[in-house]
Write a protein of this length. Structure first.
Length: 166
């Protein structure tokens, strides 16, 4: 029986891709890393404001796992009220090309609410019903996840609709 990925720290039984993905798997880790890369040091509530759909418990859990993997550092200041800053470590910064490649892929292939203003030759006046659906439903758009550039539309998609550009 294989061990959960969270328990694997030094050796991985699979390929290098599996081992690399194990550090950023999870619903919110990639988005947290993206915001820390683009904005630098952030406090807990600043991250919560950027990710409105995440619960405080889940955000804390994801931040702890990223800290365990040495991808971010947590600095606690001895003041009242408590102040905690999160910043990327050198190891976390080394993931920047990966996260930015995911962002670029998402920009090219995933439809979000803000896409109507972009120039996309495939979407003209005769856009499909899916395009209209994505453009009018804030509930199922990428914006729900706090970051239209790095959205994961598979979550909260009960009808199994595809948000990928054709």
């Amino acid at each position: 029986m294989s061990r959960p990925r969270a328990k694997l720290t030094n050796t991985f039984p699979g390929c290098p891709v599996e081992s690399a993905l194990s550090f950023i798997d999870g619903k919110w880790k990639g988005v947290i890393l993206y915001h820390l890369m683009s904005e630098g040091v952030l406090r807990f509530n600043e991250l919560r404001r950027r990710l409105p759909s995440v619960t405080p418990r889940m955000l804390t859990r994801q931040l702890r796992e990223l800290e365990e993997a040495a991808l971010l550092s947590r600095t606690v200041f001895p003041v009242v009220p408590p102040r905690v800053d999160y910043a990327l470590t050198a190891r976390g910064e080394s993931l920047k090309p990966v996260i930015m490649a995911l962002k670029a892929w998402g920009d090219e292939n995933v439809l979000c609410d803000g896409d109507s203003s972009r120039s996309n030759p495939a979407r003209g006046p005769n856009s499909s019903a899916l395009d209209r659906f994505v453009g009018t439903s804030p509930r199922r758009s990428g914006r729900r996840y706090g970051c239209p550039e790095f959205s994961s539309p598979g979550y909260g998609n009960p009808r199994g609709r595809s948000y990928l550009r054709s």
